[in-house]
Design a protein around this ligand. Structure first.
Ligand code: S3P
Length: 440
């Protein structure tokens, strides 16, 4: 999180990627599991919890709000829920670190509390737009003060009573939808959210699993305030977004044959799969099953030559976190790949269109940036230095690129990989990556 020592990577082509591995737990599910378990009546057990800084930031915040959370083993949390009205005020700001999900969802949830709270974050999060949640929450009667331009920190003042709204979002954002639904738990009347494109529905699914009446379908959700949450056990699947780095790396490196175990296959997360397959990737889904109410499967990926495509806009929301690594696949494919309708990438942990275009150009690629995407001209890449801008997914995407580069790639500012994928270097090294940390 903020203030940690800067770290760089040296990466170069290693061995073909082979064997079996399991990537860490899903970040989105881990955040929501701690939140709902904290507000439930009774004791919930979470397994497969992501031991990354983002999910731990949420956990630390709920501890400060008076929830007892035990961590008896890695990836396990026992949460002693305090009930829907059981949180208590914490002195000082609540630090969300790098986690946009924590800040936006908590803005909704804390708007319904009878006490004041303040949410802050690291340098990256402090530049990310919060007006998208402040504005609809204000319509519900919340009082949230931000720094200029709707930026963090957020000071949330108690409001007498929230009123439900029917909200039609103009951006496809699960964080915005979730903030409104979580405020809706405390609102009078029925809260309804409509989305321009369906986004991940973990908040809806998990509210249902914790016993809160909710109706939802792709692109729509509705619930009423005034119920209670009941403790539930949550088995967090492996994070598709973390698996994505290995799907692309194994596709790119000749001789690769890699199996990723029990990956979360929620269709709102797996948009990269049809896109990679349309580019020529060889990815098989094996042993489909269910874990904690979520579809899971083993993914077997073998090397295959990739070619450029026009990425269908319909897949953009379902692969919104996978664009950094998709840009890498495109830069090493034959022909050009066009990405459109992805302006949201400009307000992620970094401006991911600019970060990827700049870094790929430093490795010799031709990339034409557009306001809402890019045209990436495929070919060979060469060694060089790139800056991840402190963005975990940009850093890991360039580590993937390096596996197909003649020469060394130096990737700057990678410490934030620990926000979503603790142990990435070790796991990638086991699979065959050439990757080593160097203090900057
Ligand atoms: C997330 C939603 C997405 C995604 C983020 C996690 C969530 O953000 O990019 O990594 O857990 O709800 P947006 O809602 O801003 O698209």
């Amino acid at each position: 999180m903020s203030g940690e020592a800067r770290l760089d990577w040296r990466a170069r082509g290693g061995a073909p990627l082979r064997g079996e591995l399991r990537v860490p737990g899903d970040k989105s599910v881990s955040h929501r599991a701690v939140m709902l378990a904290s507000l439930a009546d009774g004791v919930s057990r979470i397994e497969g919890f992501l031991e990354g800084q983002d999910a731990r930031a949420t956990e630390a915040i709920f501890r400060r709000l008076g929830v007892r959370i035990e961590a008896p083993a890695e990836g396990v949390r026992i949460v002693r829920g305090v009930g829907i009205d059981g949180l208590r005020a914490a002195p000082g700001a609540l630090d969300c670190g790098n986690a946009g999900t924590a800040m936006r969802l908590l803005a909704g949830l804390l708007s319904g509390q009878a006490f004041e709270s303040e949410l802050c974050g690291d340098v990256s999060l402090s530049k990310r737009p919060m007006g998208r949640v402040i504005e609809p929450l204000a319509r519900m009667g919340a009082h949230i003060h931000s720094a200029g331009g709707g930026l963090p920190p957020l000071r949330i003042h108690p409001s007498n009573e929230l009123q439900a709204i029917e909200f039609t979002a103009d951006i496809a954002s699960a964080q915005v939808k979730s903030a409104i639904l979580l405020a809706g738990l405390y609102a009078q009347g029925e809260t309804v959210v409509h989305e321009p494109q369906p986004t991940r529905d973990y908040t809806e699914r998990m509210l249902a699993a914790f016993g809160w009446p909710i109706e939802f379908a792709p692109g729509h959700a509705r619930l009423r305030g005034g119920h209670r949450l009941h403790a539930a056990d949550v088995a967090v699947p492996a994070d598709f977004s973390s698996a994505a780095f290995f799907l692309v790396a194994a596709s790119l490196v000749p001789g690769s044959d890699l199996v990723l175990r029990r990956v979360g296959m929620n269709p709102r997360r797996t948009g990269l799969l049809p896109v990679l397959r349309a580019m020529g990737a060889d990815i098989a889904e094996e042993n489909p099953g269910e874990q904690g109410g979520e579809p899971v499967a083993d993914l077997r990926v073998r090397h295959a030559p990739l070619h450029g495509i026009e990425v269908p806009r319909a897949h953009v929301a379902d692969m919104i976190d996978e664009f950094p690594v998709l840009f890498v696949a495109a830069a090493l494919a034959e022909g050009s790949t066009r990405v459109q309708g992805a302006a949201e990438l400009r307000v992620k942990e970094s401006d991911r269109i600019a970060a990827m275009a700049t870094g790929l150009r430093a490795l010799g690629a031709r990339v034409d940036e557009t306001p809402d995407g890019a045209v990436i001209h495929g070919g060979a890449l060469q060694g060089g230095s790139v800056d991840s801008l402190g963005d975990h997914r940009v850093a890991m995407a360039f580590a993937v690129a390096a596996q197909r580069v003649a020469g060394e790639v130096r990737i700057g500012d990678v410490a934030n990989v620990a926000t979503s994928f603790p142990g990435f270097e070790a796991l990638a090294g086991e699979a065959g990556f050439g990757l080593a940390a160097t203090p900057a």
